[in-house]
Ligand binder design. Sequence first.
Ligand SMILES: [Zn+2]
Length: 264
Amino acid sequence: MMKLSVKLKNLLSRNLLVIATFLIALMAIFSTQVIAEENKPHWSYGGAANPTQWGEISPNFALCELGKNQSPININNAVEGTPIKIQFNYQPTPLLVVNNGHTVQVNYKSGSTIKLNAEEYELIQFHFHTPSEHTINNKASALEMHLVHRNAQNQLAVVGVMINKGANNPFIAQIWQHIPTLGKNNAVQNSTINAANLLPKNKDFFSYNGSLTTPPCSENVKWNVLIEPIQVAEKQIEAFQSLYQVNARPVQPVNARIVEFHGQ
Ligand SMILES: [Zn+2]
């Protein structure tokens, strides 16, 4: 009886130690998460942290207010540019959908690229805005998709695709179907997606020198906005807008920039 209670005590204290260690580890993880959140300034599309305030939120966001080459813009008065093409070399990627609080994003594994002026950029992710951020002759589309690419020198090139109301889009359906809850990632088992299926047939495009359309609004981003829109069903627009009613930065001054048209 004596022996048993000693054993029991030992067992209990060992278990308590395990529990205590676990709790301490949990607290450590939690507190680093809190710190990480605190270090990330909050910005949004409405309320006190709306786009007109981004430049004030953090010194790191100063370009949002002071930059002279900001995106998006209204595209008009484009000049005829060299008749270059964007070479798309997109491969299927395992479907990984992220709901990050600013947009719905699909992350891309390495190996998919575009070639732009003989320069190769790798596709990192694509995501969506509503309504479209760019406007063409002052006309907005229901949504805009941004395919974000990076080259070996860490320069960014974004391809913008306008999305209008029309036929149901099965590739958009595949993404929408797997949107996780806010702040979560969803690595969908046995499911791949190819961004090539979300491009319009005609690849004529406008190009200009711009920025990220979200804080920190970094500049020297090569923008390439395809002229031909793709289509999604009204229901698919509504589904996105039920999560993100508006997540588009208003158009910014063009200033000294020239927008080029590249037709084929
Ligand atoms: Zn974007």
